[in-house]
Design a protein around this ligand. Structure first.
Ligand SMILES: [Zn+2]
Length: 403
């Protein structure tokens, strides 16, 4: 039996005026996904336990088969896991965005989608700057992809690390246009140092050579999503099947790494509109020859939701259908397979960020006839027969045929 889970990130939505009250999933031309809907079962699910904000990290941890309530420690640690950066129990791993801030507001949480080589120069420069200024500086910057980087801070004790890990910090994409001082984290002694680091970084970054050439300069950093290193049980030992992950996003690679999954690196997978959909589809076909389950995640619809760009969101869904879902399902013909398609969370155009609403899901099985559901969208799945169950149970449901 082969298993495949398609994750078009943030693809579900609210009705959009521009689309005559329909949603991007409803208007997108998706013959291959429609086929899955007709052969499968429709319904709703939710990947975000109540106590969490609906981040892609929490939501995808559910889809990957791990209950966030048991295993989630923060977003930063998952991304460190994707880089294979060794950490100790005293380390707190922060996400570090390169941002653009004028007048102490959050003007652009991704600094105009800065390129990785440019950001790498800034991260290296920040390490030099802080180490020179403070010889016993306990933090280190690590370059990630585009605007998504890491800052690892070594606390004096495991207790301090646990306390710091539990402090609420603000995702920069949720505070666009807001004053930075209104969104700093806590005011206990432990966190003051991090506020200082963010504002001091600005002194160094604003005149940096890289920024003089950029239309939208990466003139500050924002630290958030911190946590200690998580311990996920091995996927194969837990579920008895092997799994591969394809994604352009570090934090999902991190979940996969901690779970002992096979991480497939696809050239041209950028985690943005311009991602190479065709390459992802081709690498997906190959991955399914090697492992039982493929988790294939596409970030583009989420980015379009954040950008409130309806046209790009519809286009992203259509490309996923044509270059990823179509070829992968075709390659499975003649074999027994089961799978699902679902977003991790909605990223509605009208909101411009993630919401915690239930998401539509289709579960399909090559050996079974489906229900009345004929399309994968917010209205269509209402005709389906799937019983609501929490997102982290999906993998087990697929293996058990429990749908
Ligand atoms: Zn997401």
């Amino acid at each position: 039996m082969k298993y495949v889970i398609f994750i078009p990130d943030g693809s579900s939505d609210y009705p959009v005026d521009e689309l005559d009250g329909k949603t991007p999933l409803m208007v997108a031309n998706t013959p291959n996904i429609d086929k899955l809907a007709k052969m499968g079962y429709g319904g709703f699910t939710n990947n975000v336990p109540d106590q969490y904000t609906p981040g892609s990290d929490v939501a995808n941890m559910s889809i990957f088969g791990y209950n966030p309530a048991d295993y989630y420690t923060g977003r930063g640690p998952l991304e460190a896991g994707s880089e294979g950066i060794p950490t100790t129990p005293k380390d707190v791993i922060f996400r570090c965005n390169t941002i653009y801030s004028e007048n102490d507001e959050m003007d652009d949480f991704n600094a105009g989608h800065i390129t990785t080589p440019e950001a790498d120069e800034l991260m290296k420069g920040l390490n030099e700057y802080f180490n020179e200024k403070y010889p016993d500086f306990k933090g280190k910057f690590y370059t990630g992809v585009s605007y998504r980087h890491l800052f690892i801070y070594s606390c004096d004790s495991v207790e301090d690390a646990e306390i710091l890990s539990g402090i609420k910090t603000m995702p920069p994409h949720d505070i666009s246009g807001e004053k930075l001082v209104d969104n700093l984290f806590g005011d206990c002694e432990l966190v003051e140092e991090f506020h200082k680091i963010m504002f001091e970084a600005k002194e160094y970054l604003q005149d940096h050579e890289v920024n003089q050439k950029r239309e939208i300069p990466a003139n500050m950093i924002w630290l958030w999503g911190q946590g200690v290193t998580p311990s996920l049980p091995n996927f194969e030992e837990t579920y008895g099947i092997t799994a591969s992950v394809i994604t352009g996003v570090d934090l999902l690679k991190g979940i996969g790494n901690f779970a002992g999954m096979n991480i497939v690196t696809v050239p041209g997978a950028t985690g943005y509109f311009d991602t190479d959909y065709k390459a992802k589809g081709e690498y997906g076909i190959e991955a399914l020859k090697e492992t039982d389950l493929l988790l294939i995640h596409i970030e583009a619809p989420d980015e379009a939701g954040h950008a409130q760009n309806t046209e790009e969101k519809v286009k992203a869904i259509e490309r996923i259908d044509e270059f990823i879902v179509g070829p992968i399902i075709e390659s499975l013909e003649g074999q027994e397979f089961r799978g699902a398609i679902l977003p991790d969370h909605p990223t509605p155009i009208s909101v411009g960020t993630h919401t915690r609403d239930n998401v539509p899901i289709i579960i399909f099985d090559s050996e079974r006839d489906g229900d009345e559901c004929e399309s994968f969208d917010e209205e269509g799945v209402k005709k389906g027969s799937l019983e609501f169950k929490e997102g982290h149970l999906l993998v087990q449901r697929l293996i058990d045929g429990d749908f």
